[in-house]
Design a protein around this ligand. Structure first.
Ligand code: TYM
Length: 332
């Protein structure tokens, strides 16, 4: 059975983008893989996080993942900071990765913005920590949304250079799993930007704890264009907002864009948005309600995460111990 690792930052409430691009696929992959699901708090602090809010958001993320169908009993759900092996291996990878490789990372450029001098050093080496997350478990498959593809390519480059430099074949090649018709869900306000939990505008996204009225309002206000929906999916290429809504509808209804347009093509957005709202509410409202129930017992939630962390440590520690021996650390 192949081992899967994936992570999500507790930097806000998870969005529909996280759900369709990642979490929903994670749930399906649990049937025939050994899975580690990590709430990556070390990654979150690469940009400022209020401490009390970070703690709350870490629990909220764990509760939402469980509400979505992540199974912490058969698989492993844990906070990244509870397993020191991630940071230990990340340090070694900081010394393997080249500055030239990191300089090419588009996400750093996006997140650092214009004032790059003011970005944290952690934000710059963020992809090295991601590589360490995966390789600390010798995981071979990594389900993510489209935006993480470049980071996973770097994780393979780092592993290859480590293996080459130390003349071993210690870290395996990882296979990115970028699945489904909604691997890149866009903002509801701007079809050229991805939907993000850290976007300042709440109207740009559907949160997994939004209630039915909020979802309806956000979809009603979602940016569109004046044309009716086309009959042919190719005609969506020049219409990013329409393409995004059709993609969301397709993902939620288990159809292709062509099947969605066979029904809704020729219609204005009014009726389509209503049908989309119904689908979204049916999918998301139960998740938010279940997460809320789980959050009423934080002791039980913390116990789940503690147990997950202990099992994660048992896998990662010997792997990272051996990496340190290969590097030449004395390990007294
Ligand atoms: P994060 O927290 O930004 O997102 C978690 C997952 O959701 C996917 N995703 C999306 N998919 C489709 N459309 C969107 N608009 C959208 N927004 C987010 C992301 O691709 C991701 O799969 N660096 C990672 C977390 C991480 C990680 C790892 C992932 C840390 N270590 C190791 C895999 C393996 C991140 O910031 O994800």
């Amino acid at each position: 059975m192949q081992r899967i690792f994936s992570g999500i930052q507790p930097s806000g409430v998870p969005t529909l983008g996280n759900y369709l691009g990642a979490i929903r696929n994670w749930v399906a992959l649990q049937t025939d893989h050994e899975c580690l699901w990590c709430v990556v708090d070390l990654h979150a602090i690469t940009v400022w996080q209020d401490p009390a809010q970070l703690r709350r958001q870490t629990r909220e993320m764990a509760a939402t993942l469980i509400a979505c169908g992540i199974d912490p009993a058969r698989h492993i759900l844990f906070p990244q900071s509870a397993v020191p092996a991630h940071a230990r291996l990340a340090w070694i990878f900081n010394c393997v990765a080249r500055l030239g490789w990191l300089n090419r990372m588009t996400q750093f450029k996006d997140k650092a913005g214009k004032d790059r001098e003011a970005a944290s050093a952690g934000l710059y080496v963020y992809p090295n920590l991601m590589a360490a997350d995966i390789h600390a478990y010798h995981a071979t498959r990594v389900p993510v949304g489209d935006d993480q593809k470049q980071h996973l390519e770097l994780a393979n480059d780092i592993a290859q250079k480590f293996n080459h430099d130390y003349e071993v074949s210690y870290f395996p090649v990882i296979e990115p799993l970028i699945l489904g018709p909604a691997a890149r869900v866009m903002s509801l306000r701007d079809g050229s930007r991805k939907m993000s939990k850290s976007d300042p505008s709440d109207q740009s996204r559907i949160n997994l704890n939004d209630d039915a009225d909020t979802i309806a309002l956000k979809i009603r206000r979602a940016k569109t264009d004046p044309e009716p929906l086309p009959d042919d999916p190719a005609a969506l290429d020049a219409r990013p907002e329409a393409r995004n809504l059709v993609g969301i509808y397709a993902a939620l209804s288990g159809q292709t864009a062509a099947q969605v347009l066979a029904i809704h093509g020729g219609q204005g957005f009014g009726a389509f948005k209503q049908a989309l709202t119904d689908l979204l509410v049916g999918c998301i409202e139960p998740i938010g309600q279940q997460a809320q129930r789980l959050l009423t017992d934080t002791a039980a939630l913390d116990a789940i995460l503690r147990d997950g962390a202990a099992r994660a440590r048992a896998i990662a520690e010997p792997i990272v111990d051996e990496a340190e021996r290969l590097v030449g650390f004395l390990k007294v």
